[in-house]
Design a protein around this ligand. Structure first.
Ligand SMILES: *Cc1c(COP(=O)(O)O)cnc(C)c1O
Length: 394
């Protein structure tokens, strides 16, 4: 299936960002920032209310018990706010880590002085439900499980249903970092029995960076009163203030919120989570099949590939040099991401943002041209990379 109308390209001379995120946004989203808003004013309050309602509407049926609390800052601020507000000071968290964001959550818990245990699966292996069940059975002190929905550092889509079932089965609470998944992948917190999850403005909803948001069960929000370690990252205080006054507690990123509401309208007009996810799947499929046809190999086998971002191994050919590849891709209009693997060299290409499969075809073509210009004869990865990948099948 192909979409009929290609999206208009970014403004003249602007590259596409294959780096989620910040990511490529629609012209309308940029335009929405060309106005100043008074944070106390009724118009801005109405905009905040509209934003929260639209986000809650994305959860699907059965989620009337959940509320949405925006938090100023990047996504990590929202993760920190969630952990500090929902994990009691005498709680203990099982962190399911398979990349940089799981590690960051573990570091955050250290800063917060919350007890934790980390299931560290390395660069990209998925944490499985049976492992989670075993750890929870062996350690009754664990009160919460923290899962990363899509681990953006490798692009793996973690098996969130399996993890939720194991957590629920053991009677513990589930917290999810769905930063790079919410808006494109279904996430029904009531069905998963998730206490709270977080996402941010500049990922799958295609806004600009400046705030994140926590979506939590109302009972969890109530229980969080007085628990937070931090004034500005106190989710309960922000929620209570917003409920009472319609305002953010401290200066809101007004232009970012205006851009985000426009992004939410575009999300709805596109057909919501299902349509957004389907576009990203097409982006990924065009990208992956095109890159494979050029001889590149993905880190993950097709089963674990998210439609968010894809890790490719760097070619073994000595003529390949990432810095040069980056510059050549930039010259052709695409900003790419270095990889985050510890064992082998890699790079990442994002599938999210205001881009469609027509753009992804251009990305593939640009990569092929860049290889030719570098004099790389084969894009095949080193044997070590393929050995690494075999671990996934085991
Ligand atoms: C983007 C992202 C974050 C937050 O990163 P910031 O740089 O703080 O916005 C957290 N977790 C995941 C999985 C992410 O993709």
């Amino acid at each position: 299936m192909t979409s009929a109308e290609p999206f208009p390209p970014p403004r003249l001379g602007e590259p596409y960002l294959l780096t989620p995120g910040p990511l490529t946004t629609a012209e309308e989203v940029k335009q929405a920032m060309l106005r100043d808003w008074g944070s106390w004013d009724d118009d801005f309050r109405a905009m905040t209310r509209d934003m929260r309602d639209r986000l809650l509407a994305m959860l699907g049926p059965g989620n009337a018990d959940y509320d949405c609390v925006p938090i100023q800052g990047s996504g990590s601020f929202a993760v920190e706010a969630m952990l500090g507000s929902f994990v009691p000071r005498d709680g203990k968290v099982l962190v399911l880590a398979n990349g940089a964001y799981g590690q960051r959550a573990a570091t955050t818990l250290d800063y917060l002085g919350r007890d934790k245990v980390v299931l560290d699966k390395g660069d990209y292996l998925p944490p499985r439900g049976d492992e989670v069940a075993r750890i929870l059975a062996d350690d009754p002190a664990i009160s919460h499980v923290l899962a990363i929905h899509c681990e953006t550092s490798s692009g793996i889509l973690n098996p969130i249903e399996e993890i939720a079932a194991a957590t629920r089965g053991a009677g513990r609470k589930l917290l999810i970092d769905s930063m790079s998944a919410f808006g494109a992948l279904p996430l029904n917190p009531a069905e998963l029995e998730c206490a709270a999850f977080v996402s941010s403005a500049n990922k799958c909803i295609e806004g600009v960076p400046g705030f994140g948001f926590v979506i939590a069960r109302t009972s969890e929000l109530e229980a969080a009163q007085g628990r937070a370690h931090s004034l500005s990252l106190d989710v309960h205080a922000q929620w209570a203030h917003m409920e009472r006054t319609g305002q953010w507690r401290f200066t809101p990123p007004t232009h970012v919120v205006a851009a985000f509401v426009t992004a939410l309208r575009l999300h709805e007009a596109e057909g919501g989570v299902a349509a957004r996810g389907a576009r990203y799947v097409r982006n990924r499929d065009v990208l992956v099949s095109g890159m494979r046809a050029q001889g590149f190999e993905t880190l993950l086998n097709s089963h674990w590939l998210s439609p968010i971002i894809v890790t490719f191994f760097c070619p073994a050919d000595p003529a390949f040099e990432f810095g040069r590849f980056y510059e050549l891709m930039k010259d052709k209009g695409f900003i790419i991401y270095p990889g985050k693997l510890t064992v082998v060299d890699s790079f990442r290409l994002g599938c999210i943002g205001r881009m469609d499969e027509h753009v992804m075809r251009q990305v593939v073509e640009a990569a092929g041209d860049a290889l030719a210009e570098m004099g790389v004869a084969s894009a095949a990865p080193p044997a070590k990379a393929l050995e690494e990948r075999k671990k996934l099948a085991a």
